[in-house]
Design a protein around this ligand. Sequence first.
Ligand SMILES: [Ca+2]
Ligand SMILES: [Ca+2]
Ligand SMILES: [Ca+2]
Ligand SMILES: [Ca+2]
Ligand SMILES: [Zn+2]
Length: 582
Amino acid sequence: MRVRDMKSTLITTGIVAAFAAIVGTPSHAQVGALAALGAPPAPRVQVSWDRYYDHAAIGQIAQQLQQAWPNRCRAGSIGTSYEGRELWLITVTNFDQDETLKPAMYIDGNIHSNEVQGAETALYTAWYLCEMADRVPYIDSLLDRRVFYIIPTINPDGREAYLKAPNTGSSPRAGMAPRDNDGDGLVDEDGYDDLDGDGHITQMRRRSKSGRYIVSPEDPRLLIPAAPGQQGEYELLGLEGIDNDGDGFINEDGAAFSYDPNRNWPWRWQPQYVQGGSDYYPTSLPETQAVIDFVINHPNIAGAQSYHNSGGMILRGPGVPEDELRPQDVRVMDAIGNVGEEILPGYRYMVVWSDLYIVWGGELDWFYGAQGILTFSNELFTPFKYFEEAPTSEQYDRVDYRFDRLLLFGEAFVPWREVQHPQFGTIEVGGMKKNFGRAVPAFLLPAEAHRNMAFTIFHADHLPQLEVDTITTRRLAGGLTEVTAVIGNRRLVPTHTQQDVENRITRPDWVTLDGGVVMTGAIVPDPRSGVGVEQRQNPARIEVPNIPGMGSVTVRWVVQGTGPFTVSVDSVKGGIALRTGR
Ligand SMILES: [Ca+2]
Ligand SMILES: [Ca+2]
Ligand SMILES: [Ca+2]
Ligand SMILES: [Ca+2]
Ligand SMILES: [Zn+2]
């Protein structure tokens, strides 16, 4: 190319770039392409859903969503972690209406550090709702009727450690607040040691005639137990590490398992000797306290969802046999959970304590027990996803190894290699990488996020939806009018769960009549008999203890005047509605 041509090319390129900066460059995603359903063809915020984002990136995506969709998304924080990281909050709704007057769905993820994709699922939800409301009328209407409070990770310190420090797929579980696990007066003095420096904590093995393991005939990477009477080839020595403090134990006190953030909640909390990981006292962790403060300050939260991994479960409480959900509340949770099993193939709807294990001081029990909020906790990913069927328990060829061979072409495995160990001499390290087994491979991550989001949207849709169905009037003698109003709830979740009603957690719903002077007011429990239960104090504003799911409440007034009358309902967890009639 000659100099002249190059110059004009540069100028043209410059103009095109400047123009593109103003109108936005159509990317290759938009040109000559048919958009697949379920995703925005030209999102204002481009996010690759094939990776796990660190704390800074999550905050950045939240900020970008707010800039791109100022009327739909607000980025904020509910507080800071032990190490001082913001607990990012993304609020998604149609901000044309007051968010505090809409039923709210609370969503968090990643309370356990290594259970990372809960954060991506929560983040995906915020992104999808913002980007799709213009394309899908249902999503648009959902944002008119609901507010989503989304906290992608409520354990950012532990998440950062999982992403950036050498770990297994199961570590860390705790946050990073130091604790003395073995009672020697030192904190975190002997954690894992990445012997080969590859960023993963894998297995240690040593050749040994007295070892009880042999190489699997199906997959030479895998050790399997030697048969009874069969000579072994290897002994397994645990996870990569050395005895850092010379006490004779290896990896006995690292930050990974110092406590369990999901045992630290002030409901059925038990001390360490009953419930391992519960920590010093309920809410001893700043992250727990921040969530509790947020929920108490947002009484419109009517449903909650937390995302863990793994196992393919839609969990409900209680976590302990001493508790039971009220039967009225179980019916609602069953209705939602059963649809969840359909939305999430391979997942099962289960009860924590009876179907899984006992959890004292768990998050979802606090949400329900103390706040009366129906809460699900999903365990994302299940071995069902490997081959879209429940894995059979084969003796030798494990399904995860087979999946790695056939679909990831061996990428998930760190090949065995020799290292020198100060206590064990010549050994080998190798095994599955930390981002395999619990974290989802790239091509499955968007599907996992989308299906779990769809379940949570189903729950959010079934938060109370109130309408003043009818206002009927009857003229009485002396210029008086009898006004009867029916308030309907079009969704499954009541304005007060039975737990809420029986413990008087949330104030009653207020049904108010405007127009004329109210003489008497009553709730009519059985509209067929028409007998009212009178409210003597302040009869213009009837206090209704609950508006049931898929049900209605009838209220009646006698008023001096002939209308028109406006009946409004104001429910903390059910939002507002009104109608005028005469
Ligand atoms: Ca210690
Ligand atoms: Ca390693
Ligand atoms: Ca040690
Ligand atoms: Ca160690
Ligand atoms: Zn978990």
